[in-house]
Structures are given as structure tokens and as C-alpha cells.
Design a binder for this molecule. Structure first.
Ligand SMILES: Cc1ncc(C[n+]2csc(CCOP(=O)(O)OP(=O)(O)O)c2C)c(N)n1
Ligand SMILES: [Mg+2]
Length: 252
């Protein structure tokens, strides 16, 4: 973390909860840089998370008000906070499992109702913190603790899901492309209404280890090699598309 972002960190932190090589640390840096660009006062910022490794991205690390809530309920808490104090810039940062499996209904209905929130999904395609179970984002064929033979179900395309539900801005970028990721988060923060960024964030411990990518270089270069433009993704057959990350803006 560069010193310029230290002003956003809570005092007295003794390191983060993340494993070596976890993408969530890069995402923390990206979120802070985007927040810095929009110039909202710290006392007008609220970060909300659910439960999971990703939920530790804002809390306790960011030294603004943070709500570390219940599993799957980050968007519901954020909605309540925003209603109670509409001047709060309310930003949800949580995991793919938290936001889109147990919390899936809150996510789509907040998008449908155009609640004025920015939701950033730390998408590692797995339930990281609880031992690597299959999530609604796990690719077909990927191994997990609950699918040692490989996941058989197609994953959600989160940007398509949230776009269809009515989000005003949606984008996907991996932490391997931090500049584009920061730009997307900044745009999401500047846009009124419900906005969503799917931040692909590799998990070496629970995903990489089980899928022949324990080596960080291999894990990160594989993620990068799977990134395609939305047009390239649409030109693929469904089977191939499901194994790639369409990156870019979907609603802008
Ligand atoms: C009601 C409830 N059900 C299940 C759990 C267990 N649990 C905690 S975090 C989590 C999944 C976290 O996955 P994700 O949101 O993707 O975060 P990650 O750890 O991968 O960053 C689960 C199943 C819980 N805490 N509460
Ligand atoms: Mg996860």
C-alpha cells in the first residue's frame, strides 16, 4: 500500500487477514484509490460488508465508518443506512458468495429498486474463508471442497444478472488490471443509483491450490489469459464463454 493511501487506513492495524497472494489486498488498494479520486470527506463515507475473507477488505482496514454485518446481508444493511442518512456515500465491498449466493436476492432487488449504492464484489469464484466450497460463481469443472470431482453447474454472469435487474453502471475487471479496475470503481462511485463492479480476485489458498494453480505466477497469469472483451465473449460458444472473463463496462 503506497503511503498516499495511509490516510484511509485505520490506526493500529497489525496487518491484514489475507493469505499471501490473495487478490483482496490489491482490491483494497484499488478501492481506496478510487475513493481518493472522488474527494468525499471521510465522515461522509460508509463501507458495508457481510461475512467472508472479502468482508475484511473494508473492515477493520478502512478508517471510516464500517459495518461488518451478517452473511449475505450487506446490501440490506447498506440500504437501511442509506435510507437513514441519505448523504452517506455508501459502498458495499463483499464476496461473491456473500453477495450473490446467500445474498443474491438482496443484490438483485437493490438493483431493481435502484438503491443509491455502489457494490463491489470481490469475486474469487469460491467461498474462501469457510474452506473453499463451490459458489454461484465457480466455473464449470473447477474443483472445490464440495466438488472434488469438479463443479457441474454453470456460474452466474454477475454483470449480466445485475444489469438485467436494472443497475445504472456495471463493469468487470480483474485485480491484474488495477488501473482499469480503479477507473471502473471511480465511475461507479460517481454515478447516482445502483452501481456494481465485479472485481475478479484470485484466491491461491482455496481455489488455486485445488485447481493446479498453487503457484501464484500461474494463478495470476491464468486469470489474465482468460480475460476477453465482451464482444469476444459473445462470439464464443457458451461452453467456451463460461471459462472466460468478459471484462469491460456492460452498462455505462
Ligand atoms: C447464515 C450463515 N451461513 C453460512 C455462514 C458461513 N459462511 C461465512 S463466510 C461464507 C462464504 C464466504 O464466501 P465469499 O463471500 O465468497 O467470501 P470469500 O471468503 O471468498 O472472500 C460462508 C458460507 C455464515 N457465516 N452465516
Ligand atoms: Mg469468494
Amino acid at each position: 500500500m503506497s503511503r498516499a493511501m495511509e490516510k484511509y487506513l485505520r490506526e493500529g492495524l497489525a496487518g491484514t487477514a489475507f493469505c499471501p497472494g490473495c487478490g483482496h489486498g490489491i482490491l483494497l488498494g484499488a478501492v481506496l484509490r478510487a475513493v481518493d479520486r472522488i474527494g468525499v470527506k471521510k465522515e461522509d463515507l460508509l463501507f458495508v460488508s457481510g461475512i467472508g475473507c472479502a468482508a475484511w477488505i473494508p473492515s477493520p482496514n478502512i478508517g471510516t465508518d464500517t459495518l461488518h454485518t451478517l452473511h449475505g446481508r450487506a446490501v440490506a444493511f447498506a440500504t437501511g443506512a442509506k435510507l437513514a442518512n441519505p448523504k452517506l456515500k455508501t459502498i458495499v465491498v463483499s464476496g461473491d458468495g456473500d453477495l450473490t449466493s446467500i445474498g443474491g436476492n438482496h443484490l438483485i432487488h437493490a438493483a431493481r429498486r435502484n438503491v443509491d449504492l455502489t457494490v463491489i464484489c470481490a469475486d474469487n469464484q469460491i467461498y474462501g474463508m469457510t474452506g473453499g466450497q463451490t459458489a454461484s460463481t465457480t466455473p464449470v469443472g473447477a474443483k472445490s471442497s464440495t466438488d472434488p470431482g469438479g463443479n457441474i453447474y454453470r456460474p452466474f454472469d454477475l454483470c449480466k444478472l445485475v444489469s438485467a435487474a436494472g443497475a445504472r453502471y456495471t463493469a468487470r475487471y480483474p485485480v491484474t488490471q488495477p488501473r482499469k479496475l480503479i477507473d471502473a470503481i471511480e465511475k461507479a462511485l460517481r454515478q447516482d443509483g445502483f452501481t456494481f463492479v465485479d472485481a475478479v480476485s484470485p484466491c491461491p489458498t482455496q481455489f488455486g491450490r485445488r485447481n493446479q494453480m498453487a503457484n501464484l505466477k500461474k494463478l495470476y497469469s491464468t486469470v489474465e489469459s482468460l480475460c476477453v472483451t465482451p464482444a469476444e465473449a459473445e462470439a464464443m460458444d457458451e461452453e467456451t464463454r463460461l471459462h472466460h472473463f468478459a471484462i469491460g463496462e456492460f452498462v455505462a
